[in-house]
Structures are given as C-alpha cells and as structure tokens.
Design a protein around this ligand. Structure first.
Ligand SMILES: [Zn+2]
Ligand SMILES: [Zn+2]
Length: 254
C-alpha cells in the first residue's frame, strides 16, 4: 500500500529531523505495513510533496521512539502526541519539484488537500514517484559537470550524474561502505584530521544490463565512495558505464 501524509512545518522541523536521524517516528494514524511507501506533503507555505519514505517499523509506543523533542516547534502538540502508536518512516529521497505542487497533484488524481493519511491510487503513486531520483527517469543519467579547484592552480572537471549529488544517496552509500576511497583507499579524515572528516565523492556504477523503466538504485552495490582524483579518472575511462568495479580498479591500477 502507498500513502500520502501531510507535514506542518510550523509544528515540527522535518528537514532537520530527517537530516539528523534519517527517519522520523510518526504518529500512526493508518493501518501501515512494513515496506509501505509514504510520501510527505508539506503544507503552507511550501504546498508540495517533498519526501519519499518507507515504513520500516510499525506499532511502536512513544517510549520506543527516538528523542526528537528538540525538533518540535509546538510544545503543546508535542505533549499531546505522546500517546498511541508510532511508525518509523525512513527517508528514501528528498526532492523539491514544481511538478509535485498541489495543482499538479490535483491534475493527477488527488481529490482533496492532504490532512490525514491518504491511500494513493496507482496513477497518483506513479506520477509522484517518477519525480524522485531513486527511480529510473529520463533525466536520471544526465551528467552535470562538477569543477574542482586544486591548490596548484589546476582545475579538474568531473562529470557527475544527478544521483551522485543526492544527499540521501550519499548517506546510504557511506553508511554501507564508509568514507575511504574504493579505488585507492584514501580517507580524508585520516589524512587531514577533523577538516577532512566525512569528505568523499560518490560514484554511481551504472549497471546498464539492469536499466529499464523499473530500475531502482541499489544503494549497496551501485554506489561507491571515491576520492576526487580517482573519481575524475573513472569518468575518463571509455565506456565506463559498462564496466564493473573490479574492471575499473584494474584499469586505474595500471
Ligand atoms: Zn582514490
Ligand atoms: Zn561518478
């Protein structure tokens, strides 16, 4: 089942909470199941869907939830919320697209502005979902050029795709692989101390054999942490999209 719920930014700071925990423990006002997708519609003044989440736990009590009291802006509402059941919504992806505003949602089958949880029709779900990055869309592999300046005055340009710039993809990739470069092992935290802590690029290995309209990014296998030097070299390899990580490593170690 797929859902839409609404989020009032005057009551709770969703963006900071997601950025801190990667999830929000949300009052459970519908019969969710683990694996359900929940889109979050942000109310005035934003008035668009901005978050795609997945239910990873249901029927939690308030005591089993993370302490997110500092993100509550409305103390009275926070006090009132401390009862009933909670579901954990893990953040899959965040977007800011004009195509997900209230008017577009109405044009694609939404009946009324969301307040409580709404079950999504297949049509509306598909419409919303195609504006999120973790699903294959035409714009998905468009490369953007990222220019980096180096201290010796050289400028190295690296082509990165939209997904490599996504903060969620980044977080998922680092959670799984850590922050050392997958090619040369360089870790910025080790080399530069606190200043370098957490700095790394993300490269998206493009498994062309599996690309189709239903392609969904595999956070563990499709994304690797790489240092900017190795990243720049990876994008210079001919037909790099069709090469595996092992093949890339062999070429770069010549
Ligand atoms: Zn490297
Ligand atoms: Zn890359």
């Amino acid at each position: 089942m797929n859902w839409m719920i609404s989020a009032n930014g005057k009551m709770y700071d969703h963006a900071s909470s997601f950025a801190t925990f990667g999830f929000i423990d949300w009052r459970q006002r519908a019969n969710y199941s683990v694996g359900d997708v929940v889109f979050i519609y942000c109310t005035k003044p934003i008035k668009r869907v901005m978050y795609k989440c997945e239910i990873v736990e249901c029927d939690k009590s308030f005591n089993e939830c993370v302490d997110d009291s500092k993100f509550w802006l409305d103390v009275e509402e926070y006090r009132k919320s401390q009862q009933g059941k909670y579901a954990r919504l893990i953040l899959v992806e965040q977007v800011d697209s004009p195509y997900l505003d209230l008017k577009c949602l109405f044009d694609n089958g939404l009946k009324a502005a969301p307040q409580g949880p709404i079950k999504l029709s297949e049509k509306l779900y598909n419409y919303i979902n195609k504006h999120f990055n973790d699903h294959y869309t035409n714009g998905f592999f468009q490369d953007v050029e990222l220019t980096e300046n180096y201290n010796e005055g050289h400028v190295i340009k690296t082509q990165v795709n939209r997904y490599e710039r996504s903060s969620i993809a980044r977080r998922r990739c680092i959670e799984h692989h850590g922050t050392a470069c997958s090619i040369c092992g360089m870790d910025f935290g080790e080399k530069y101390g606190e200043l370098g802590e957490g700095f790394i690029h993300i490269h998206h290995l493009k498994p062309l054999h599996s690309i189709g309209k239903d392609y969904i990014v595999d956070y563990k296998n499709d994304l690797i942490p790489v240092c900017p030097n190795c990243h720049a070299m990876i994008h210079r390899i001919e037909n790099v999209d069709s090469k595996t990580l092992e093949e890339i490593k062999l070429i770069l170690k010549k």
